[in-house]
Each structure stands twice: as C-alpha cells, then as structure tokens.
Design a protein around this ligand. Sequence first.
Ligand code: PSV
Ligand code: MN
Length: 438
Amino acid sequence: MGYVAIDQTVLGIPRDVIDKDNARLMDAHLADYEALAVRLARSGIDIEDIVSKLMSLEVGLPSWGMTSGGTRFARFPLAGEPNDVYEKIEDCSVVQQLTGLTPRVSLHFPWDLTEDYVALRQFGEAHGMGFDAINSNTFQDQVGQKRSYKFGSLSHANPQTRQQAIDHNLQCIDIGRQLGSKALTVWIGDGSNFPGQCEFTDTLERYLESLRAVYAELPNDWRLLIEHKMYEPALYSTVIQDWGTSILCAQALGDKAQCLVDLGHHGPNVNIEMIVARLAQFGKLGGFHFNDSKYGDDDLDSGSINPFQLFLVFNELVSAERRAKGNYNPSYMMDQSHNVTDPIESLLNSARAIAGAYVKALIVDREALKGYQADNDVIMAHNCLRLAFETDVRPALATARMRKGGAIDPIACYRASSYRALKAETRVFNPNLGGGIV
Ligand code: PSV
Ligand code: MN
C-alpha cells in the first residue's frame, strides 16, 4: 500500500486559525522563551537541545478516550462527539495538529471494528495519524458472542472460552498488521471476587498457556505488552495483579513480551517511579498508559492530580533512556476517561503535562545529582530534582509545538476554531453510545 500524504484540507483546525492565535501570543511567547533560554544557559543547558529532544517525543492517544467517558453511574454525552473510529481519528488529528506530540492512535477491539482496514489506514495517514498498540478486549461480552467472559477469558477454566479469547487476540494482530501497528496490549479482567473462587496458580498457568498461543503468532517486529492491574472489575484478586506477575509472565514468554505500566493500576501511594526503574533495568519496560488518579483507577487527565509523580516517572524514563544507549523504545500512550470535559481539551492539557514532565526530567543536572548522592548530601540531591521540577518550561513546550505546526496555546486555539460546535452540526448525536464507560 502506498503512503498517503497528510491532506491539509481535511484537517480539523484551519491553518489561519492557528496562525492568527499564535500571532496574538507571539511577542509574549518570544520574551518568555528568551528568559528561559537565559535561565537554562546559566545551568549549562542549551534550550535548543531540549526543544529538539522534545520534538522527538511521541505519545499515543486512546481511541476510547475520544468520546465522553462515564462512570458505572452515568455517562453524560457531548454534542459533536465521535460516533465511530473514523470520527475518533478526526478528533485525534486535532490533538496532533495543535500539539505535534500525538501522531498515533491506539485502537481497541471490538469497539473500533470496521470493514476495511486499508481504507482506515489511509484515512489515518491523510489526517496525520498512524496506529499505536492494538488493545484486545476480553473483559466484556459482545452481542452474539458464543461464550461468556463472566468468569474469565484467557485464564478461564473452560478451554473453549480460552480459545475464544485467544482467537480474539489473533484477530487483533491481524487487524494491527493491516494498520501498520507494532504491538498488542493485553489487559484482562480475569480474577476473583471471593476468596476460594479460583486457585491462584492454576489460573496463572492457564493464562500463560493461552498467551503462549498468542505470542506464537506475533510478528517478529511486534511486541506483546502485558498490562497489570491490582483490582477491578475483579475485587478480591486479579490474575495479573502487579508488575511482579507481569514481568514473570513477560520473562516466561520471551523477548517480544514486555510490561505495560498504567499509572492508575497500583495501590494507593505505591512508588510507581521505582517500578519503572526496575522494569527498565531488566529490559521489560514496554509501554505506558498515562493518566492520573486520586483514589483508584480514576483515569483522570495526566498531571492533573500529582504532577510531581509524573515528573519522577519521567526522571526514571530519561535515566533509563540514557543507560540504554539507543536500545530504548517503550510506547508511551495515554489511557484516560473524560467524564466532565471535552475529551479534546483534556488530551491537549494532558499532552502538555506529559511533555512538561519530560522536559523537566531532561533538565535535571544528573552529574551534580550523582555527586550529591555519592556524598550523601540528601538536601542538595533532593533540591536538584526540585529545581528542575519547579522550572517553568512552558515556553520550550510552546516552541516545540509551533515548530511542528501547532499552537502556542492549544486550548485557546481549539476554542477559537469552534471545532466541537461545528461537529455538533454534522455528527449524529447518539446519547446511548455504549463505548466510553471504561
Ligand atoms: C483497564 O482499566 C484499562 O486500563 C486497560 O488499558 C483497558 O484496555 C482500558 O483501561 C480501557 O478499558
Ligand atoms: Mn490502561
């Protein structure tokens, strides 16, 4: 299949809207950029190096996060929200246009099923969007499905149910191949609600046996990303409950299997940045689902609750990237649910938070930090991180965005475009849209 160039005429935000909004903010932006350049130069950092590193950061968007999310209580639909995978890609492309940071979308099946994946790929390319990891879904029953996942999927006691779940994962690989994707993310809802309901060892054995069948069909240049989660929907135990089980499974399967860390999938107060360091040290950090949380798997906007944690995670990622010397390629993706905001606005904010955490991690003076650590100078070691975290790096982010054709102030620009209101005029309004309660 030939490469399809980005078609400027199909993009959601007209070029002149971006240019006009950037012109309005340009003088203040340039002054702020200059001030940051001077501030960083004092620490021996060239702002241009930082901007060019930032320009190569890429974060995948969740197709399931493009519609209004919901809780188990209710979902409040948004006029103009997307109804199918094509409309979701249109919205993803708006986030990409304004930020330049999100050139891929991660699809979820069967939610994103469509007829023709060659056409979908071309549609994506015309909108400047490629395809990130494919997510399988064996945590819900679908209409017409033969066997129920009520008591598990890949680890189910019945071999026919396991086979059905394996087949679905193989179908996901097949679709992903057509789209140019390079990874399959497997998160299962399997587990138990009551002590005694299932035998921990047997269920994990069955899970591994099923996943071996999936792994055997994985193309050589693909990765299988195992996503752990401590609880929910199973409320007593889950089969892949934590990074320990995840890395054991990834090691048992082989080199193409790695672990995916979803920031919301841990117990309260768990030191996630340390988990990141451990997985990276043993070559098993395969991917990320960025989001934020206060109480559980809240799927709130990245950096909205605990931006310091996000920075500390990126501090480990940058450190791992340096150690790996080129052999480092975890897939960064977002996994958020936008219950009360316009998903595009939430994703614009999240992209900024992620990029900001990355830049702050880049400007940590690692040499000085090592010295303080060696001298057991606790306060200075800590202050070394704080100095980076407290630096206002927004002008660097805006510059990177602009150099990729994006906006100095993505949300202002998005609002100026009236994109959602215009979509509300043309898209079908479907208050009963099922997807999004995740
Ligand atoms: C599960 O909570 C999860 O984090 C997995 O990544 C799913 O694929 C996603 O949310 C959507 O339900
Ligand atoms: Mn996730």
